[in-house]
Design a binder for this molecule. Sequence first.
Ligand SMILES: Cc1cc2nc3c(=O)[nH]c(=O)nc-3n(C[C@H](O)[C@H](O)[C@H](O)COP(=O)(O)OP(=O)(O)OC[C@H]3O[C@@H](n4cnc5c(N)ncnc54)[C@H](O)[C@@H]3O)c2cc1C
Length: 383
Amino acid sequence: MERDLFDAGHHDFRVMVRDFVAKEVEPHLTAWEQAGAVDRSLYVKAGEVGLLGLDVDEQYGGGRVADFRYSLVITEELCRAGASALTMNISGFNDLVAPYLTELGTEEQKRRWLPGLCAGRAVSALAMTEPGTGSDLKAIRTTAVRDGDEYVVNGAKTFISNGILADIVVTVVSTDPAAGAKGVSLLVLERGMPGFERGRKLDKIGLLAQDTAELFFTDVRVPAGNLLGEEGRGFGYLMGNLARERMSVAVTSMAAMERTFRNMLDYAGQRSAFGQPIADFQANRFALAELATEIQVARVFLDRCATELVAGRLTDTDAAMAKWWTTELQQRVVQRCLQLHGGYGFMREYPVARDFLDARASTLYAGTTEVMKEIIGRSLRKP
Ligand SMILES: Cc1cc2nc3c(=O)[nH]c(=O)nc-3n(C[C@H](O)[C@H](O)[C@H](O)COP(=O)(O)OP(=O)(O)OC[C@H]3O[C@@H](n4cnc5c(N)ncnc54)[C@H](O)[C@@H]3O)c2cc1C
């Protein structure tokens, strides 16, 4: 089915991104998986061709194209090449971190942080989750206590994508623990601040090329000038960008499952059993037909949500629907595609094995499936 959400500019951009991924990502993917992180040079190269800071104003080094479809193209092309782990490196900056800096940052903050991030000289992360809480964000225990012109930060974060590489970490802190959600603020912590330590690189089952880490803060003195927006309004700021964050994950799952399915079709057409390609057994043909239909239906809904996001109309409910539906569908697709590979599907040298492991995180991060259903369910009960 023809997709109708792109114009010529997006098509040209896709050609450029596909070329970039073929030259600068695919040859290094296995080495990065073994290292547990990408090389920092990836950021510089991505910055050089304009993949970082798509929405950021040109004067701060960005591309000034406030159009989610460009970010979507990058995500799709990474996933097409089996590099869904890298979406958190590139799309993660564009969709998760940059919006906080561009929308909340003062002139001085933007000048200080954005040029380096857009050029790939600096790496960013968004630190919300803590060892004691993930889904229930307002229960965070990392505190930032004001002391003159500084905040003194104590606490810990975990599961932070780019946690080891990051130079600039947008950190969710409590500036007033008694106030619950109204005491949540966003504070930027920077590499080298005394008391800001990285823990171990976490040992994940998939997304191996992405570094995911623990962060520890012990009496870190952070200038008050690193506060993003207003004190106590952090929870609202986070809620304001969650639709985009969830769409970013949904787009990743969608593109990744399309790749898995395409590869599986090739495999099932070539592999024979009982004298015929395994794709031609009626049971498998029906299975393929079902998956193809579900993928197509999800694709249409997701593209519609992307169009709504670009128009500034995407609701949190629709974003939550897109997130849980595509990520859960991805689990079914990858599970079925692995089964159709027989024993080869269990071998890491086959892309489906890596797809299977990489897919598993998608129903967990950026809000679990259950949390998405809570959001949708609550919206149904609103008068
Ligand atoms: C690979 C990876 C990368 C990540 N990157 C980042 C990052 O960059 N920054 C960051 O801040 N975080 C990141 N996370 C953390 C992620 O967002 C959290 O793991 C997620 O929000 C869930 O939180 P939790 O792990 O504490 O699970 P919990 O909140 O402890 O949930 C455990 C289970 O309880 C269920 N549950 C919770 N509340 C409800 C409810 N109300 N109703 C029904 N069920 C419920 C959940 O759905 C889940 O099944 C990452 C995680 C992974 C795996």
